[in-house]
Design a protein around this ligand. Structure first.
Ligand SMILES: *[C@@H]1O[C@H](CO)[C@@H](O)[C@H](O)[C@H]1NC(C)=O
Ligand SMILES: *[C@@H]1O[C@H](CO)[C@@H](O)[C@H](O)[C@H]1NC(C)=O
Ligand SMILES: *[C@@H]1O[C@H](CO)[C@@H](O)[C@H](O)[C@H]1NC(C)=O
Ligand SMILES: *[C@@H]1O[C@H](CO)[C@@H](O)[C@H](O)[C@H]1NC(C)=O
Ligand SMILES: *[C@@H]1O[C@H](CO)[C@@H](O)[C@H](O)[C@H]1NC(C)=O
Ligand SMILES: *[C@@H]1O[C@H](CO)[C@@H](O)[C@H](O)[C@H]1NC(C)=O
Length: 598
């Protein structure tokens, strides 16, 4: 019931198992339920199988026919969550900033239209609803199904994009597990169409990591990320997907040093979790940078005369309070080491950071800039949300939870709300042509939101100002990461985005919100005493389905009426990947150091 988990969907599977050889598996026994058989392969410790076949997973998904009665119930429930809680529902109907690759969406009416389609199988319906919700390009909002997002489909080959000296853009092979000789071959065509067109189309229509097409393009391709104490290959959602792909294979036309070839790759589901460990960086050494402190969720390097900090805020999730305390005190220690060594300039590399606990983002901002204010937030107020706000606010121990008025400070008074009605307030805004009611604008009270057993150490006063820091991302700095990057950008810390398209500056971060939630998080709340049973049935989804959504929107401090999720904020500067810098971030750090104080 904690307020503060804020993470966008990420497709990272962490284990230490090395990628197995590609062994085709034996024919299965057709006389048993194929889904059970797949489960058996996955769960058996003695299984000889390395991969599930595309055709078997498809056959499993096709065991469940479309049931229109059930579909209507799903649509009605999702609509109830949207109307009651989805803070951006009406904003989504407005014409978006032209910097975004986004169309206005009236989600409620478009969900009704889905029911006009005839489907053969349930998964087709679920995928259509999921894809429609993803068209909001809101990384916190989507329908997910345990049944039909159960497997990850992998090509074993990932791509990246480089800008050549003459300004032309190329797609190349980043990594190939099956055929390492293909690495750095140019990808000319994908399924007989120009590779660049195919990737752009996929990024535009099938990814939702950003409202900005350049950042979505980056997420379709592979790039290095720091997380779980190591570098790994992230993104690559063109070749590493969680929806059953339409076709069983993809063909690639490659140009390897002038030799052309066409290869075909089947989609396969690795049974054992795959960690795409970076084959390009070994251990902690990155180019000529010297690691001075490894804090697991953060690394502190010195390169030339400047410092570089990598932070993986998502790693704090699911850890005990003790461990969170440990992480946070280590981050303080790392910065202190920089200060002690006389480091005057710092690059914050937040590439491929999917978010984490919002408190951590606010905490890091305050560490560097003690007087900085958090982004204000508000929730929707209506017949569906009011009972929850009132009921949760009655619980004494509920302080720190979503909707509890004592979890917040009033933006107006900078102190706690006097009572729940004070928090509910009377704010009505026009959004998407309709009047919508929201709570009073509030800040998270970070003291109540950090329910740890330890009092965090008081950080020393650090010497750096906004002129001494630059933020570097690949456009994927989401959620809590965006509360760092976008908040610091508002006090004029320069921002740099790497990748995208030639001479096209693009968003360095997205989805800075006040809170994200889901139907699963609401399940225990439905059991609260005074929640009307008709409300309970309206908000109950089948247990295999979860609807995730943005619960509280955040506002800019600089532009107080601007909702951060819809604020188009391109980076101040753009860098590009080349064959070397895509595999060695220190090359980008040296380029980024040009922008201190600019
Ligand atoms: C197929 O599975 C059924 C039921 O589990 C079993 O009785 C049968 O012997 C199996 N056939 C083969 C060829 O493995
Ligand atoms: C269709 O779904 C409804 C509601 O979930 C259920 O009651 C009904 O039994 C289902 N019909 C079939 C044929 O499975
Ligand atoms: C869907 O199926 C119904 C009944 O089978 C049919 O009347 C209708 O025309 C179909 N609609 C579409 C869009 O195919
Ligand atoms: C590291 O420094 C050496 C010597 O100055 C230089 O040749 C090399 O290119 C540098 N490596 C990187 C990745 O910048
Ligand atoms: C924030 O919450 C804490 C603990 O609940 C409380 O002691 C403190 O006064 C609150 N902060 C403000 C500024 O009211
Ligand atoms: C519960 O909600 C229904 C429908 O909104 C309403 O008719 C009924 O009076 C409510 N019951 C209580 C106890 O508030």
């Amino acid at each position: 019931m904690k307020t503060t988990y804020l993470i966008t969907f990420i497709l990272i599977l962490f284990t230490n198992i090395v990628y197995p050889n590609w062994i085709p598996r034996k024919e299965n026994n057709k006389s048993v339920n194929i889904c059970d058989k797949l489960d058996e392969y996955v769960n058996s410790p003695y299984s000889e199988e390395e991969f599930l076949k595309y055709t078997d997973v498809k056959a499993c998904y096709e065991l469940t026919s479309y049931n229109k009665t059930k579909a209507i119930q799903v649509i009605e429930t999702v609509k109830e969550y949207l109307k009651g809680f989805y803070a951006l529902l009406d904003q989504a109907k407005e014409e978006p900033n032209p910097g975004f690759a986004l169309r206005p969406i009236d989600l409620i009416s478009e969900l009704d239209l889905v029911l006009k389609n005839n489907y053969s199988y349930e998964y087709q319906f679920i995928y259509d609803v999921a894809s429609l919700t993803e068209e909001l390009r809101d990384g916190h909002t989507a329908l997910r199904s345990d049944d039909y997002y159960k497997y990850t489909f992998d090509q074993g080959l990932s791509m990246y994009s480089v800008i050549k000296k003459d300004g032309t853009q190329q797609i190349k092979v980043f990594n190939d597990i099956k055929e390492p000789n293909n690495v750095d071959c140019q990808v000319i065509d994908i399924d007989d169409r120009p590779a660049i067109d195919v990737i752009i189309e996929f990024a535009r229509d099938h990814t939702f990591y950003s409202k900005d097409l350049s950042a979505r393009f980056n997420s379709a391709l592979a790039s290095l990320a720091f997380g779980n104490g190591d570098f790994y290959i992230a993104g690559q959602i063109f070749s590493y997907r969680d929806q059953l792909p339409k076709n069983p294979s993809i063909s690639y036309t490659l140009n390897c040093n002038g030799k052309f070839s066409k290869i075909t790759r089947e989609w396969q589901v690795p049974i054992k979790s795959v960690q795409y460990k970076s084959p390009y960086i070994s251990g902690t050494s990155v180019g000529n940078a010297t690691l001075i402190f490894d804090a697991f969720i953060a690394r502190f390097y010195i390169l030339q005369e400047f410092g570089v900090v990598l932070i993986s805020t998502e790693d704090v999730i699911d850890n005990s309070w003790d461990l969170q305390y440990h992480f946070l005190s280590n981050i303080i220690a790392g910065f202190k080491l920089f200060a002690d060594k006389g480091i005057k300039k710092i690059i914050l590399d937040l590439s491929n950071n999917g978010g984490g606990i919002i408190f951590i983002g606010n905490y890091i901002n305050k560490l560097l800039f003690p007087n900085i204010q958090n982004f204000p937030l508000d929730y929707k107020v209506n017949d569906i949300s009011i009972p929850f706000i009132k009921e949760i606010s009655r619980i004494k121990k509920g302080i720190g939870n979503i909707f509890h008025y004592k979890s917040f400070l009033s933006v107006k008074t900078k102190s706690s709300f006097d009572n729940v009605n004070d928090f509910i307030g009377n704010n009505i805004y026009t959004r998407g042509g309709v009047q919508v009611r929201y709570t009073s604008k509030a800040f998270h009270n970070d003291t109540t939101n950090y329910i740890g057993t330890f009092k965090l150490p008081k950080p020393p006063k650090f010497p750096w100002t906004e002129k001494d820091i630059v933020i570097l991302t690949n456009g994927r700095c989401s959620s809590s990461c965006a509360t760092i990057a976008q908040r610091l950008a508002e006090i004029n810390v320069p921002t740099i985005a790497v990748g995208g398209f030639p001479n096209t500056r693009f968003s360095f971060a997205q989805f800075a919100v006040g809170d994200a939630s889901s139907s699963a998080i609401f399940q225990p709340l439905l059991e609260l005493k005074n929640i009307n049973s008709s409300l309970v049935s309206k908000l109950s989804l089948p247990s295999s389905l979860t609807f995730h959504f943005t619960l509280a929107e955040a506002y800019s401090i600089k532009n107080p009426n601007e909702v951060m999720d819809y604020a188009y904020r391109p980076a101040d500067y753009q860098l590009y990947y080349d064959e070397r810098s895509a595999r060695d971030p220190s090359c980008l750090w040296i380029q980024a150091a040009e922008y201190f104080g600019k």
